[in-house]
Design a protein around this ligand. Structure first.
Ligand code: AVJ
Length: 324
């Protein structure tokens, strides 16, 4: 497919990506309008997410971090000399908690969609672990992953330990999550372990502030998507003309984030016009909340055996250790 050049002079803005353009056009043409949450993570979006993890209302990060700290003895029983492979590594701030618990980990492969942020983050990690083989893979793991040959041969026959913290799995639909887990089993290879962080909180009074904090960091994170679309695709969104909305759909056990247009407005993008009716929303994220047994069923359905799990004291944040 050929897309209209964003500017009349045919010059594409910096960072133009056909995949991004196609997904945004498709999402704005859908009813309800939606954009996949993976596009939140440009460099600024990754920074804003880091700020979210430090908010009082955002219980997920501190709860999972505390859980991980308590797991040292259990993690020490995992195979020695392992290749640790992290999906959606972001700032890699939880990685040391795993690396320090494992027996002589041999390598660390960080996978993230935000390339610059990823490379910047692992620099610090390499300094902290000078003897660890550290490598990065800039990729969207919501699509099937394949090993670049150089990375795969560097990891060789090391026992594989996948790490997928943060309840990032909740950003997939249940069908996508099963597909991801299935793909991760292929990617990691048989015999691998996978340590997954899963939030199971169902309490609306705890969930809503976590996704709509008092300081408006989450609102800025949500609106940054529009700023990115303007910059990279040459659109003319007015980010301030959209309200940040977080809702809990208890039937589906998911928090939704939307950008709501309080008044009718039209946006121009790639030679097309998109109209928002009064009160219409752009759906930007789902965060599914899976209770233990529900997640274990999904794991079994995708070729994994639940081995152990740990539930946090503060909220229903859990870590699951799976094996395939
Ligand atoms: C990156 C998946 C852990 O869904 O809780 C935080 C992203 N969105 N606040 C989540 C997010 C709004 C976050 N994860």
């Amino acid at each position: 497919t050929t897309l209209h050049p964003p500017d009349s002079d045919g010059v594409q803005p910096e960072g133009f990506s056909e995949v991004f353009a196609e997904q945004v056009l498709e999402g704005l043409s859908s009813r309800p309008k939606r954009i996949p949450s993976t596009w939140f993570y440009d460099h600024r979006g990754s920074e804003l997410f880091e700020q979210i993890t430090e908010l009082n209302e955002y219980y997920l990060t501190r709860t999972e971090t505390a859980l991980l700290r308590g797991l040292r003895a259990d993690l020490a029983r995992l195979p020695a000399g392992a290749a640790v492979i992290e999906f959606g590594s972001g700032s890699s701030r939880k990685t040391p908690l795993l690396l320090d618990a494992l027996k002589a980990p041999a390598s660390y492969t960080a996978i993230d969609i935000s390339g610059d942020f990823l490379r910047q983050s692992v620099q610090g990690l390499q300094l902290r672990y000078p003897h660890l083989l550290v490598q990065t893979l800039e990729a969207d793991f919501s699509a099937p992953l394949t090993w670049p040959p150089a990375l795969q041969s560097a990891v060789g026959q090391q026992p594989r330990i996948g790490f997928f913290p943060g309840s990032t799995i909740g950003n997939f639909t249940p069908e996508q999550a099963v597909r991801f887990l299935h793909g991760a089993a292929q990617f990691l290879g048989s015999g691998a372990h996978l340590l997954v962080g899963v939030d199971g909180t169902q309490d609306k009074a705890r969930l809503l502030p976590a996704y709509d904090d008092a300081r408006g960091v989450t609102a800025a994170f949500n609106r940054n998507l529009l700023i990115r679309i303007n910059r990279e695709l040459g659109a003319d969104f007015n980010p301030q003309a959209f309200r940040h909305v977080a809702r809990f759909d208890s039937a589906r056990s998911r928090v939704e984030m939307h950008l709501l247009s309080p008044t009718p407005q039209t946006v121009r993008l790639l030679g097309q016009r998109f109209t928002f009716a009064e009160g219409e929303t752009l759906h930007t994220e789902n965060s599914y909340k899976y209770p233990i047994a529900v997640f274990q069923r999904m794991a079994r359905a995708s070729g994994w055996t639940p081995h152990q799990h740990w539930l946090a004291a503060e909220a229903a944040m859990a870590l699951h250790l799976l094996q395939c």
